[in-house]
Design a protein around this ligand. Structure first.
Ligand code: ZN
Length: 88
């Protein structure tokens, strides 16, 4: 049975963390280029999310928060109805 690897979620969190950090530092220093640069990891995170956040059974796209929910709860795919398990 295929599982959804948790490292994908961690990687997206990591990219979002870089985005928030650069965005806040850029905002504090009122340095616009840094704010623009901060959108690069955000963009990568969104693209990565669209490519990777899929049901391991049917391949239908699911939101990241649903995978986070699936980590602690029993979560059924809305498309195929099978349980999505998260691999730590
Ligand atoms: Zn599915």
């Amino acid at each position: 049975m295929s599982k959804f690897p948790f490292k994908i979620i961690k990687f997206i969190y990591f990219l979002l963390g870089i985005f928030i950090f650069l965005f806040m530092v850029g905002g504090m220093l009122v340095y616009l280029p840094l704010i623009y640069i901060s959108f690069i990891p955000l963009l990568i995170a969104i693209i990565y999310m669209i490519i990777k956040c899929k049901c391991p059974h049917c391949g239908k796209f699911e939101n990241l928060d649903r995978f986070i929910y699936a980590r602690k709860h029993v979560f059924h795919c809305r498309n195929c109805g099978r349980i999505i398990e998260i691999e730590e």
